[in-house]
Ligand binder design. Structure first.
Ligand SMILES: C[S@@+](CC[C@H](N)C(=O)[O-])C[C@H]1O[C@@H](n2cnc3c(N)ncnc32)[C@H](O)[C@@H]1O
Length: 251
């Protein structure tokens, strides 16, 4: 999206004189972040309005009486997170996508809209968020390539991961033992039904556990937010492939 402020970019200000005690460069640096954030937020809202979708809110699970130490609140991944991490040529008609902790369904929508998945699944703890996701799917003006979308209202701990899932999306949905249990169960499905599985982990706060299993190979990293900092997991998206059975060589 282009707005009037783009007319003069911050970079074009170059090395500029001091105005009182504050240099124009310092001023430019101070406004750059909020300006980018505003521009991105406005672009998301315009996109959602155009396509009849509502996912751009932040919701504390406390509001629904669902808060828990290991459960992370609702905030959507940025639109285009899949486009930036999952090449379309890597998805075929046998592939199944799952978003564990799918919230209002933004990534479920992006998956069903952009890719020819056989099936797209979202699993969400909150019935209220899941209802909004359902309305987003049925009411959107986006043309979905994958018509088979299943939205499951469940605690991920009560949900059995299907054995044909091949792309797993996680936007830092849960932490600690919940995360570890889900990853162990995912690996057990690969052991029972050996197959290629890609994991896309947005804000990979539990990467250390993931890698400690010895079963995930890191395949890529992209910035989700321009202000992401190198020593923090937040603001990054990392991709991994699951390797074969425990003890097997990388496939
Ligand atoms: C950071 S949001 C991500 C939403 C969505 N994946 C996206 O990127 O747009 C995390 C979501 O995980 C859900 N969640 C947290 N704990 C969960 C659990 N135990 N089972 C299922 N969902 C859970 C929250 O309700 C919230 O909607």
């Amino acid at each position: 999206m282009s707005v009037l402020v783009d007319f003069i970019t911050i970079e074009e200000l170059g090395s500029a004189p001091e105005i009182g005690a504050v240099s124009v460069n310092a001023l430019a640096r101070a406004v750059r972040r909020p300006y980018r954030w505003l521009r991105r937020t406005a672009a998301h809202l315009l996109f959602e309005r155009r396509y009849g979708v509502r996912t751009s809110e932040v919701v504390d699970l406390e509001e629904f009486g669902l808060a828990g130490d290991e459960r992370v609140y609702y905030v959507a991944a940025t639109w285009n997170s899949l486009r930036r991490t999952l090449p379309r040529r890597e998805v075929g008609g046998d592939d199944v996508f799952i978003d564990l902790g799918s919230g209002m369904g933004r990534m479920v929508l992006e998956a069903a809209w952009r890719y020819p998945f056989r099936k797209v699944i979202g699993v969400e703890l909150s019935g209220r968020l899941n209802d909004i996701a359902r309305r987003n799917i049925t009411g959107t003006r986006l043309r979905l390539r994958c018509p088979d979308v299943e939205l499951v209202h469940s605690d991920v701990l009560d949900y059995e991961i299907p054995e044909d899932v091949s792309v797993v999306f996680l936007n830092n949905p849960f932490r600690g033992e919940t995360f570890a249990t889900v990853i162990r169960r995912l690996l057990a499905t690969v052991d029972r039904n050996p197959r290629r599985v890609t994991v896309i982990y947005y804000n990979p706060a539990e990467e250390e556990f993931l890698l400690s299993t010895g079963r995930f190979r890191h395949t890529g990293t992209v910035k989700a937010r321009p202000d992401a900092e190198r020593d923090s997991p937040f603001g990054w998206i990392k991709t991994y492939t699951v390797t074969g059975r425990a003890g097997d060589q990388d496939r």
